[in-house]
Design a protein around this ligand. Structure first.
Ligand SMILES: Cc1cc2nc3c(=O)[nH]c(=O)nc-3n(C[C@H](O)[C@H](O)[C@H](O)COP(=O)(O)O)c2cc1C
Length: 355
């Protein structure tokens, strides 16, 4: 049965076979302290590829060891990390699924005793008294840029179709774009143009390093803190060479007024609004559990792709079932947080997988 979900879409000239995108979802405790997987990701992502997902964005991989958001997180800071991603690329491509890697530096949210920050931070943003927050020098900024570029080059060497630069969820690039965190008074702080400089330079440099035939996505953190700035940043990212925006939340978020007849969260609505400002494909996210919700967004031409996160963890065959009109496993939206935040093996649906 053909549905709006099964309609292909082009991203940077590459055909994505349908409108379902798996957003990045770190599988905590499935990696060691050196950025290597301890649980097979070829199988994990392979199941979602076999299940028909159009575009998979592999979970956040750290571009440097000091920029990790967790000690058990995948790394892409050295060549030895490449093979674990090459295996995922090979399997996804075998299933006709495009696959890119999210690359991240966590900045003030990094693990460790000494962490890099755009500028001195206020006490309410500190995690504990023992952590030293080190304002970045221009040399530190250059090093972070290099780390992102090298991460993207390694993703390309692994055979992946591209990268998604993590610019949301209060991580380093989001800290730079936000006037609530970034108090620098040089070329990288102050005006909107200056605060946006680092992510834009990274995008342009990755485009040069990895070529035209490489998808560059951006995880976009909206309401950071104003929607006017967000729309401008979205347009600048498009000009710099971003091929798809995957819209989520940023820093200093204030709930937008969502129209009464919009049946999803304000996070989903932000994606719909950002899409109006740009000419590249935009994906929205949050709480999509059943196919009819994705169909509503697509049928009403509110968005280009729908990101289905936890629901794809609950049911790797979500997309194929959606296209066939079958019922999907219903994600429990576990509280206080998704089991994959601790260990995916404890997800209520995990035992049903042939993993
Ligand atoms: C366990 C877990 C890990 C996540 N890891 C990432 C990540 O690596 N990068 C990212 O940008 N977002 C991450 N997210 C956010 C998801 O990409 C997504 O935006 C969120 O789960 C909401 O979508 P959903 O309601 O469809 O699950 C994570 C969320 C969860 C639950």
């Amino acid at each position: 049965m053909a549905t709006v979900i099964s309609k292909p879409i082009l991203i940077n000239g590459k055909e994505i076979k349908n409108r379902i995108l798996m957003p990045p979802l770190v599988c905590f405790n499935w990696a060691d302290d050196d950025g290597f997987q301890t649980v097979d990701r070829q199988r994990h992502y392979g199941l979602r590829a076999e299940g028909g997902t159009g575009l998979i964005i592999i979970e956040a991989a750290a571009v440097s060891k000091e920029g990790r958001l967790a000690t058990s997180q995948l790394g892409i800071w050295k060549d030895e990390h490449i093979p674990q991603f090459a295996k995922i690329a090979q399997k996804c491509h075998q299933e006709g699924t495009k696959v890119i890697l999210q690359i991240v530096h966590a900045g003030m949210k990094s693990v460790g005793d000494k962490v890099l920050v755009p500028s001195p931070i206020e006490e309410n943003n500190t995690k504990d008294n023992s952590t030293q927050y080190i304002p970045m020098t221009l040399e530190d900024i250059e090093k972070v840029k290099e780390d992102f570029i090298n991460g993207a080059i390694r993703a390309k060497k692994a055979g992946l179709d591209g990268v998604e630069i993590h610019g949301a969820h209060s991580y380093l690039l989001n800290q730079f774009t936000s006037p609530l965190i970034n108090k620098r008074d040089d070329l990288y702080g102050g005006s909107m143009e200056n605060r946006f400089r680092l992510p834009l330079e990274i995008v342009s440099a990755i485009r040069i390093a990895c070529g035209q035939d490489f998808i560059i996505g951006y995880r976009f953190g909206v309401n950071d803190p104003t929607f006017v700035e967000d729309k401008y940043l979205a347009q600048e990212l498009e000009k710099a060479g971003v091929d798809i925006l995957n819209v989520s939340n940023g820093i200093g978020i204030k709930n937008l007024d969502v129209p009464k007849d919009f049946p999803f969260s304000f996070i989903t609505y932000m994606g719909v609004e950002i899409r109006k400002a740009v000419n590249i494909p935009v994906a929205c996210v949050f709480g999509i559990r059943v196919p009819k919700e994705a169909e509503y967004l697509l049928e009403n031409d509110l968005i280009d792709m729908v990101a289905v996160g936890r629901a794809l963890l609950a049911d790797p065959n979500w997309t194929n079932k959606a296209i066939k009109g079958e019922d999907v496993n219903l994600c429990y939206h576990c509280k206080p947080r998704c089991k994959y935040s601790v260990d995916g093996h404890t997800c209520p649906w995990f035992k049903t997988l042939n993993f």
